[in-house]
Design a protein around this ligand. Structure first.
Ligand SMILES: Nc1ncnc2c1ncn2[C@@H]1O[C@H](COP(=O)(O)OP(=O)(O)OP(=O)(O)O)[C@@H](O)[C@H]1O
Ligand SMILES: [Mg+2]
Length: 238
């Protein structure tokens, strides 16, 4: 068996004295997509922020490509190929689409910027049409596409996506779902997808974990997410 790309064990995070993650274990293989489900406040974003270095774990291990990275600064984690698209998207609003994409390639793979930009435009043709528009004036869905595109400019090995469908119309949700499926079928990038939209998660992930109050309380495979979501929602979100 090949080593997992990402291996998390016994991860604990606290905000002051308040526990936010209480011993999370997680593995992610090359080309695999794993979902993180759970109610508001369950700790999903906290887990992503700990993986990408924005939060220092209180205990536990994070191994990325076989190297321990827990407590490593965010810019160094990015340089190693672990990229997060945050819930806030964090775009440079006064800069154009092109500039935002260019900045994404600075940390990693600047020499491949032109090629990677074509690849991003292939996923999201709308970004090419709007390449000289300021990011701040784009719609919510377009900004989400740009944030994902900017992360792809850095040739991630692991992509952390925090509720990419939040606030988007069905058409944009479809486009982003299709893009994640395409990425997955290419098999190079591993994905951790935080999603409230179970239908979208079912299209993308191989497996999922459910977080509740900072603990992983259930897990399953994609097929468990299909069909009637009523029971799933009752079990996982209440
Ligand atoms: N900076 C912080 N300081 C103190 N508590 C925090 C901080 N950030 C998050 N928390 C708390 O940690 C818990 C988990 O928050 P987190 O943002 O990880 O949840 P989430 O699962 O991403 O929720 P959502 O679906 O609403 O985005 C919540 O109770 C939240 O109030
Ligand atoms: Mg969150």
């Amino acid at each position: 068996m090949a080593e997992p790309v990402l291996r998390v064990s016994g991860l604990e995070v606290r905000y002051g004295r308040l526990p936010a993650l209480a011993g999370i274990d997680l593995e992610l293989d090359r080309g695999e997509a794993v979902g993180l489900l759970g109610a508001n406040g369950a700790g999903k974003t906290t887990l992503l922020n700990a993986l990408s270095g924005f939060l220092k774990p209180h205990a536990g291990r994070i191994e990325f490509l076989g190297r321990p990275i827990a407590g490593t600064a965010p810019h160094a984690v990015v340089r190693q190929g672990l990229l997060q698209v945050s819930q806030e998207r964090d775009l440079f609003g006064e800069l154009t689409v092109l500039d935002n994409l260019q900045l994404g390639s600075l940390a990693r793979a600047p020499q491949n910027a032109a090629r990677n930009m074509e690849r991003v435009f292939g996923y999201f043709p709308r970004l090419r049409e709007r390449s000289v528009q300021k990011a701040a004036t784009m719609s919510g869905g377009e900004q989400q596409m740009l944030a994902i595109g900017r992360a792809l400019m850095a040739e991630p090995r692991v992509l952390l996506l925090d509720e990419p469908s939040a606030g988007l119309s069905p058409l944009f949700v479809d486009e982003i779902g299709a893009m994640m499926r395409a990425l997955k079928s290419e098999g190079e990038i591993s994905i951790i997808l935080v999603e409230q939209n179970i239908r979208l998660a079912a299209r993308v992930v191989d497996r999922f974990h459910v977080l509740r109050a900072g603990a992983a309380v259930a897990q399953g495979v994609a097929a468990d997410l299909e069909g009637d979501h009523g029971e799933l929602a009752r079990n996982f979100y209440l």
